[in-house]
Ligand binder design. Structure first.
Ligand code: NAD
Ligand code: IPM
Ligand code: MN
Length: 362
């Protein structure tokens, strides 16, 4: 049968607790739908760093470039500075494998409690298309006049035409397949060079998609609309940093960051794509088995979709929905159950091909 080779990087903190639950559910999906996984477990993490002085081996990325996908938990833990751990593992994967689209669905699922008033399940359903390889995330910059009263730190943002255009193009194509609405985040009133450039590229590319209704918001009011009127959004395109901030805000609006999934896509398929939850390693709750595994499991559903296993992806989503409505809950969802109890419940709630419903939706 079909077998997928997955580079598996639990990473740090609760990544090590939620990745096994993702594997549990995906293995079950494979058993039900006639395929299997080879989970190549890689120990790359802050612990690995403390032993080897690097987050992964120098040839680490070469070793996984032919895998079908990467399934990652979280990276970063107290003891190793975040810029060292993240620039040593997570960010190089995104950059080297040209995973320039970070797809982050924001959906209020049945059974989930939102902190917002007057929103019903189904009324929040949009997707953040975040630029994932350049922009504000840059290692270019310098410290001038260091140690003097004139000490000045310069941090460059880098926006290439290729990088901006390919992201926007992806966003518009996605909007065509969804509800035909796209907005992009800007800050062209304050960021003098980069954001007017971003706006100009967006307007140009919008001209190629006359069927898509486009709008643009400055990032500050966009954040406010996420809270006041999230139903207006369909596809939200944003730069790297703006998309990062909007992701956690959007996740919070739909209940808890613990359920939010993401896909780091290399759309051309030249390199593997990576699937990981939006959240991090949560050192504050690590070791207590109370981390919500749903963000990891939902990311697994996105991986199935990308591997071409759409029916299995739908079955995972149906099982997640089932458990959100009436299954065990971790504390972030107001319950008292463990990471494993939720993972097992989702695996058990999964139904095989005969019982599958209508098309999956991401
Ligand atoms: P975080 O997402 O790890 O945690 C933020 C808060 O949300 C914490 O209170 C945590 O307990 C809670 N939380 C997160 N995931 C949860 C889950 N699945 N279930 C229940 N509660 C959950 O963000 P942070 O504290 O800013 O970062 C901690 C570390 O993780 C840092 O090193 C950071 O750089 C790293 N990080 C990594 C990634 C990634 O690998 N993609 C993402 C974000 C943060
Ligand atoms: C995320 C994370 C990362 C990011 C960090 C850990 C570098 O916050 O995946 O959202 O900012 O992209
Ligand atoms: Mn983030």
């Amino acid at each position: 049968g079909r077998c997928y080779r997955i580079a598996t990087i639990p990473g740090d903190g609760i990544g090590k607790e939620v990745v096994p639950e993702g594997i549990r559910v995906l293995d079950r999906a494979g058993a039900l739908f006639g395929f299997s996984f080879e989970w190549d477990q890689l120990p790359w993490s802050c612990e690995y760093y403390s032993v080897h002085g690097e987050m992964m081996p120098a040839d680490g990325l070469d070793a996984i470039r032919n895998h079908d996908a990467i399934f990652l938990g979280a990276v970063g833990f107290p003891g190793v500075p975040d810029h060292i751990s993240l620039w040593g593992l997570l960010l190089p994967i995104r950059r080297r494998f040209e995973q320039y689209v970070n797809l982050r669905p924001i959906r209020l699922m049945p059974g989930m409690n939102t902190p917002l008033a007057n929103v019903a399940p189904g009324s929040i359903d949009f997707v953040i298309v975040r630029e994932n390889t350049e922009g504000e995330y840059s290692d270019q910059g310098s410290i001038l006049a260091e140690g003097t009263a004139q000490e000045t730190v310069v941090q460059h943002s880098v926006f290439t035409r290729r990088g901006v255009d390919r992201l926007l193009d992806y966003g518009f194509r996605l909007a065509e397949k969804r509800d035909g609405k796209l907005c992009w985040a800007t800050k062209s009133n304050g960021i003098f060079v980069a954001m007017p450039y971003w706006d100009a590229r967006a307007e140009l590319i919008a001209g190629r998609f006359p069927g898509v209704e486009t709008s643009r918001y400055h990032i500050d009011i966009l954040a406010a609309h996420f809270v006041r009127d999230p139903g207006r959004f369909d596809v939200v395109v944003a730069s790297n940093l703006m998309g990062d901030i909007l992701s956690d805000l959007g996740a919070a609006c739909t209940g808890t960051i613990g359920v939010a999934p993401s896909a780091n896509l290399n759309p051309a398929g030249e390199y593997p794509s990576m699937f990981e939850p939006v959240h991090g390693s949560a050192p504050d709750i690590f070791g207590r088995n109370i981390a919500n595994p749903i963000g990891q499991i939902w990311s697994g559903a996105m991986m199935l979709e990308q591997l071409g296993e759409a029916e299995a992806a739908r079955a995972v989503m149906d099982a997640i929905e089932c458990v959100m409505i009436e299954g065990p809950r971790t504390p972030d969802m107001g319950g008292r159950e463990s990471t494993q109890a939720v993972g097992k419940a989702i695996a058990e709630a999964m139904a095989g091909p005969a019982d599958a419903g209508p098309a999956a939706e991401y």
